[in-house]
Ligand binder design. Structure first.
Ligand SMILES: Cc1ncc(COP(=O)(O)O)c(C=O)c1O
Length: 405
């Protein structure tokens, strides 16, 4: 008799990425679960309906579904695997990283409340908090990442959420996650971290006492630049109310995306370990290059987050930023000369991607406003894929030579 157990939270990340949350015995003895392409589910008769509703109202239904907005077996399998990777009791898969952030904020920031967030976060998240939450009478204070005195001082009686990102974007600054979680616990305020740049392979924020971890699964978790999704993970107590709210708001992830995510997750550990190694070698190469001004990567001893990242993370990640010697024109010339990385505003997939931060993420600001926002015209973000590091370094080298000509 085949045994039908599921592998959950008791295995290491590479194993969890391949097996967590799956039933060993699958339909037709297939190795791979099918995509449950259905919008709704059926009941045998009214007694079946009543039994389902009674169990559901008591919170006792795990493997039976009623309607697609409330759940799907393929999505649930992806969620179980993501929960295992984050050592979380539960996880929710939604339509995008921004949806994960928006639903979390909408659930935990009622009218009249206040959020404290750290700077150098994803620009859209800052816009959501600083501009759009105002419509719901929610106030936002931004404090410098790492300035814990400012973080504590910003907390008010109506503060409901402390939010940060690590490593941050684009300067890859590293948050002391334990200290951040400790402040939330001491002051009775919920803490959430967007750990997209870390991945569950390099960091598990929940292990440090953070309440919620959020990812843009579009990046490393999906890993192939072919899907958009977001994840919210944590305890049932904190995550289940968000899940209930999403049942009303919509914006769930569809089963095909969940399937692609499950497929992508199987190689998460391999990809991230290679991306860590590649980024380290590229950062060292760029730091020693005469056409480069400064490299921002937590794996370099010169980076302010190096010591903390060495203690807190299993790897330094696959993204780095740097300034080239020159202005906008020279930087454009360098980017245009690159032959392997695509010019594109994402990260974490198999293909290396390069971004001119000012021209792409801050295109609505002029050069002076960009500088005020800490974004010079010679700042480049490079997200490493899984290509051979020697090819990437050779490509960067030839593109940098165009600056020296
Ligand atoms: C750190 C971080 N969080 C959230 C997001 C938003 O994710 P998505 O594009 O999946 O909505 C991004 C997107 O670039 C990001 O870099």
């Amino acid at each position: 008799m085949p045994h039908n157990h599921s592998v959950r939270n008791h295995c290491l990340p590479s194993t969890a990425a391949v097996h967590a949350g799956e039933n060993r015995l699958k339909a037709q003895h297939a190795l791979i679960d099918p995509v449950f392409q259905t919008s709704t589910y059926t009941f045998d008769n009214m007694a079946d309906v009543v039994a389902y509703q009674e169990a559901h109202n008591k919170g006792h239904v795990d493997d039976r579904f009623e309607y697609g907005r409330y759940g799907n077996p393929t999505t649930a399998a992806a969620e179980a695997r993501l929960a295992a990777l984050e050592h979380a009791e539960t996880a929710i898969l939604v339509a995008s990283g921004m949806a994960a952030l928006a639903y979390t904020f909408l659930q935990y920031l009622p009218s009249g409340s206040h959020i404290v967030m750290t700077d150098d976060s994803y620009r859209r998240t800052r816009q959501l908090c600083e501009e759009h939450l105002k419509k719901f009478n929610v106030d936002c204070t931004v404090v410098p990442l790492g300035d814990f005195a400012a973080l504590e001082a910003a907390i008010r009686p109506e503060t409901r959420l402390l939010f940060s990102e690590t490593p941050s974007n684009p300067y890859l600054r590293v948050l002391d996650v334990e200290r951040f979680a400790g402040i939330g616990q001491r002051r009775g305020v919920l803490t959430a971290i967007d750990a997209t740049f870390s991945t569950p392979i390099n960091l598990n924020p929940l292990a440090y006492g953070v309440d919620l971890v959020i990812h843009s699964a579009t990046k490393y978790l999906g890993g192939h630049n072919d899907l958009l999704a977001g994840v919210i993970a944590g305890s049932h107590k904190v995550v289940d109310p968000i899940r209930d709210y999403i049942g009303i708001l919509g914006g769930i992830s569809d089963p095909n995306t969940a399937y692609l995510l499950i497929r992508g997750l199987k190689t998460l550990s391999l990809r991230v370990r290679q991306q860590n190694e590649t980024a380290q070698k590229v950062a060292e190469f760029l730091s020693a290059h005469p056409a480069i001004e400064t490299v921002y990567y937590p794996g370099l001893e010169t980076h302010p987050g190096y010591e903390l990242a060495s203690k807190q993370m299993k790897g330094f990640g696959g993204v780095l930023s740097f300034t080239v010697k020159g202005g906008r024109e020279e930087t454009f010339r360098f980017i245009d000369a690159l032959q392997i990385p695509f010019i594109s505003p994402s990260l974490g997939g198999t293909e290396s991607l390069v971004l001119h931060v000012a021209a792409q993420a801050y295109s609505d600001l002029d050069a002076e406003q960009c500088l005020k926002a800490g974004i010079p015209q010679n700042l480049v973000r490079l997200a490493l894929g899984i290509e051979d590091v020697d090819d990437l370094i050779a490509d960067l080298g030839q593109a940098l030579r165009t600056l020296q000509a």
